[in-house]
Ligand binder design. Sequence first.
Ligand code: FMN
Length: 313
Amino acid sequence: MNRKYPWADDSEEVLIKLCAFFPEVIRERWVERIVLTAERIAAYNSRERVDQDVFWQAVSEVFPGGYDPLVLQIKDMDRLRAEMAAARAQEDLAPGSEPVQMVQWRHALEIPARVDSQARVLAVTTSPRKGGNTDVIIDELLRACADSGCTTEKIYAADLDLQPCTGCRACRKGDLPTICTIRDEMSAVVYDKLFAADGFIIGFPIYTARENGIMANFMDRWDCLLNPMLTRKMPAGKKAVVVCSWMWPNPHAYDHVIEQIVILLKLHGIETVDVLAISGTRGKRHGRGVVKNHPDILKAAYRAGASFVQELG
Ligand SMILES: Cc1cc2nc3c(=O)[nH]c(=O)nc-3n(C[C@H](O)[C@H](O)[C@H](O)COP(=O)(O)O)c2cc1C
């Protein structure tokens, strides 16, 4: 690719090293993204060349945080080794010392005034770990909702008979009273619950750098709700909080995955008003429920639940 800007030799070298990981069929795309971003940063900051500083700024813009291990392999191998060793040693972490963090995406963080609400809140978690981190945070959100008078319910998607979409597209051919032709608990009970809820709490863990398979399957089964011939439309005006948890201790590692889910919900007419992103869930039993050892996080999750109720009215 042509360079519009001078590149320092060592920046050129790390670019080649970093992109060597990618199979040839996608390598040039990554080179192009990094080069364009680096040159834009250099130009914007009146730098004479793309030096290492500009280069790594560009990399942090271009690569989602979930690529940290790949980037660290070239940028800071010692840190990568330390991170990997910390992940392996997680069973020895003393409860409360885990690197777990929660980032709340919504800004207004004042303690919300207590409101009385009759909203119906449906939580769905797609983590198969009962008492896991997603589950614990959802419980705090639900507790706040229930304390304000909301009717609450939690569904473990992993316990449902939830078949994968078969792609038959019957849901594009006519008005289906069962919404989807698959006879399972989604068409028997879950669609009705989705229609009835005023607010959703949707929780999922990151598996292999994306939403877990149960979540992907669950959201595929929403697609039939977009059937233009359906007479039973999803009522408008519903709101959601999204909860996501992962092990890697970068609080923004999987923001892009969460954003995709937020956009997907928006396509279904649901406005996500808050996101709770929980990272660094290392600890005993592979970090199962370690967030429970962090009272400040539990409190913040409860507060987020109270804010959600205010949104629901
Ligand atoms: C199959 C599998 C794949 C995973 N992949 C990742 C990953 O790519 N990145 C990461 O940070 N954590 C990964 N994790 C860790 C989970 O995201 C983490 O333990 C999360 O907190 C689980 O949520 P839960 O406690 O609600 O079940 C993975 C876990 C499993 C079981």
